[in-house]
Structures are given as C-alpha cells and as structure tokens.
Ligand binder design. Structure first.
Ligand code: ZN
Length: 281
C-alpha cells in the first residue's frame, strides 16, 4: 500500500473514530476517550509499508486452529468473555498502573525503560506488531525488567470496522511476535482507540487475553507539553487507576520527560506503581 493510500485509510479510520465517539459504539462510549483517534499517523511504521505487511514467521498461532481439537500448547487458556474492559487494579492500597501504547519506538521506549528501571517500577506496554517486529530487542528488554507486554493489534486499526477474521489476524500475528520476542504469549489486550465490541472481546478471550482499558488519559498524543502531561497524571492519581500514555506515534519527548517528573512524585506520595494481575472470572 502506498503511503498516501495508507494515510487516506488512516484518516478514514480517524473519522470513524470521531463518529463512534459521538454516537457511542455498543458498550464503548464511556471508554472512547480521546486516546488516539486523532493522533498523528505513526510515520515510521506507516512508511514501512511492505515490511509492516510481511507476515511473521509461522508460529503456534498460525499453525494451530484457534478453535477445534483442544487448546494450543502455547496459547494461554481461553478466558471468560467480558462485556467491557477491566478498568481498575484489584490490588489494595494506593496502587496504580502505567501503560504505554503503540510502541515500541527506539527513539523513546529506551528512555522510558531507563526511567522505570531507575525507580524499580513495572509498567505495561501495549505494543503493535508492526512496531514490535523490527524492535524485538526492546521487547526482550521489557521481559528482562519484568514489565508486561500486551497486544495492541498489528496495524492499530479501528477494530469495530473490521470483520471478525480481520480482527483475528490483527491479534494473532501480534501474539506471535510478542511470544517470539518477549518469551511469553500476551495475557492482556487493548483495543486501539478504546473501540471494543463483541468480536473483540470474544476473540481476545479465545486467545487467552484479558481486555484492559484505562481510567486516566494523559492525552500525551496531542503533545501538550511536559507540564500538562505531569498535571494530568498527578491530577488523576488515585487508588486503582490505570494511566494511558504513548511511547510511539509521534514526538513523545514530552511523555518521556513527564515520566521522569511524575514517577518520583507519585512514589513520594505513597503510590505503588504496579501492573495488573489476572483475575479469575
Ligand atoms: Zn493506541
């Protein structure tokens, strides 16, 4: 696909996102925040074109049917089908989770990893397959540091506009590259733009992934400046909240710098920055 076609396609998706945001897709209106519907196109990946479309090497996800004679040895056990994403941490006390979507990006993700490491904090990275496939070293680094890597689809489409088989492909290919680079199949999934529907929940559950939403949107994709991002994260801090940030998709220098400021501040305030745990049921 040529870049201009790709841009057109993405614009169409953004337009669709806006419509959804106003009209409210089934069960998604509450979540359909301003995440990234209008965020700039992820230029590097978008421009990658052919590379981004190259299927990953065969893996258990491609070789074994998702339904049929028993579960794959590698695909996590099917989870219950939810009707909305998980929106809070289950831990006691002042626990919060930081999530970084759309990466990994070699320009920003290493700085974020460095800051998290300095404070011995674990976070969740919802990666896109087309980004991850070229930067598997960063996924390995996330694994080494104890972070969670979740599935954020391959190309970051608006899933509510895709067929069931297209959604499955977006998820399965990304599961495969994560399993290859991170060492484990993802246990968490987040729909791009927070656009969930029944197919998304069902297919995620089939692949053994739990859907994770967010409750505090830093809106860092609008590049509002470091101070604004810090204010939004600190202002939204509360027990159980899940913070949405992005480590790719545009200039994320504000995201990187903001983390250096709000992370020690939150820790000083007694917050425990942690990652979600799988629940039963
Ligand atoms: Zn995203």
């Amino acid at each position: 696909m040529k870049e201009d076609q790709l841009l057109t396609r993405r614009r169409a998706l953004f337009a669709g996102a806006a419509v959804l945001g106003l009209g409210g897709a089934v069960g998604t209106a509450r979540l359909f925040g301003a995440d990234d519907p209008a965020r700039p196109v992820r230029s590097a990946a978008a421009a990658a074109g052919p590379q981004a479309r190259t299927p990953v090497k065969s893996s258990v996800y491609r070789l074994q049917p998702l339904t049929g004679d028993g579960p794959s040895r590698h695909t996590p056990a099917r989870t219950a089908v939810r009707h909305e994403p998980i929106l809070s941490l289950s831990g006691r006390g002042r626990s919060m989770a930081l999530t970084f979507d759309d990466g990994p990006d070699p320009q920003y993700t290493p700085d974020i990893l460095r800051t998290l490491r300095a404070y011995d904090v674990r976070a969740v990275f919802f990666v896109c397959g087309e980004m991850a496939v070229g930067h598997k070293d960063l996924l390995r680094e996330m694994a080494d540091d104890g972070h969670i890597v979740g599935n954020h689809t391959w190309t970051h489409p608006l899933l509510t506009q895709l067929t069931r088989s297209q959604i499955r492909s977006e998820m399965v290919r990304t599961c495969a590259v994560i399993e290859d680079a991170y060492g484990e199949a993802p246990l968490w999934f987040r729909a791009p733009y927070g656009a969930w529907n029944r197919n998304v929940f069902e297919l995620g559950a089939e692949l053994g992934m739990e859907p994770l939403g967010w409750t505090v949107d830093s809106r860092d994709w609008t590049a509002p400046g470091t101070d604004t991002i810090v204010d939004r994260v600190e202002g939204g801090a509360a027990p159980g909240v899940i913070v949405l940030c992005h480590d790719a998709g545009g200039d994320r220098s504000g995201t990187v710098e903001a983390l250096r400021q709000y992370l020690p501040s939150l820790l000083d305030s007694g917050y425990h920055l942690t990652v979600p745990r799988r629940r039963v049921g």
